[in-house]
Design a protein around this ligand. Structure first.
Ligand SMILES: [Zn+2]
Length: 237
């Protein structure tokens, strides 16, 4: 047993020498037990502390009058050049799934702290542009969702929002129109009446336009369904 432990510690140390951990933001070497950013860079992140708010947050206000939401939450404020941007960048472009899982777990812990008035029946990743998912081979929200699901001890439902085929008429539209239009190409899976509360999870919320479109569509299908939104970062103030 002891030999096994020593051997595993030795392997860990060896791995660290071969693949030293680098801070995803400033590229300095970080300790084996630090997570993805160095201490100084974690200190430079901007937590929202929305879990302590009793009044409405800027994220709640973003959706006011646009859509019916049960609850909203974001872990960090998003600013360019902030270490959180670097973390989300390596998740998105370098497929660092462990980063997504880690951020998802942190997000989940805060959601527990915030205390949903109703448990979440399913976590639903916000779909990304189908072409991007095809090119990249993954949706960066998936690993975030796995972390949140682990923390909240609930399931992930990737079938609630189902992709349907793109129509050829889209090719002449602008990039943005195509994506807006492709949201029409997401059909809502029927027969999910057992859900009372779902949580849509995204990496960054900026204008909220994609979410608004999805939520309104879901509300149309399931008028009694409570929908909450959570993201790692929020680009508004
Ligand atoms: Zn750093």
């Amino acid at each position: 047993m002891i030999q096994k432990l020593i051997f595993s510690a030795y392997l860990d140390a060896l791995k660290h020498v071969i693949y030293p951990n680098m801070c995803a933001h400033c590229q300095t070497e970080i300790g084996r037990y630090e997570s993805y950013l160095c201490h100084a860079c974690w200190e430079a992140t901007l937590p929202t502390y929305f879990e302590h708010y009793t009044e409405t947050t800027a994220l709640d206000q973003l959706f006011f009058g646009r859509t019916k939401l049960h609850s909203t939450y974001a872990l960090f404020h998003f600013e360019t050049e902030n270490p959180i941007q670097s973390l989300l960048h390596v998740l998105k472009y370098n497929h660092r799934e462990k980063v997504g899982y880690y951020l998802g777990q942190e997000l989940g812990k805060k959601l527990k702290l915030k205390g949903f008035t109703q448990p979440v029946d399913a976590i639903v990743p916000v779909p990304i542009h189908p072409k991007k998912e095809f090119q990249r081979g993954y949706n960066q929200c998936d690993s975030i969702c796995r972390g949140v699901a682990k923390a909240l001890k609930t399931r992930i439902d990737k079938t609630l929002l189902r992709k349907t085929h793109n129509s050829k008429s889209q090719t002449r539209k602008s990039k943005w129109e195509r994506w807006e239009n492709s949201l029409d190409n997401f059909s809502i899976m029927e027969n999910r009446m057992e859900y009372q509360h779902i949580l849509l999870v995204d990496d960054v919320i900026t204008t909220g336009a994609t979410l608004e479109s999805i939520i309104n569509k879901l509300n149309g299908h399931y008028p009694d369904l409570k929908i909450s939104v959570a993201s790692v970062a929020f680009a508004g103030k």
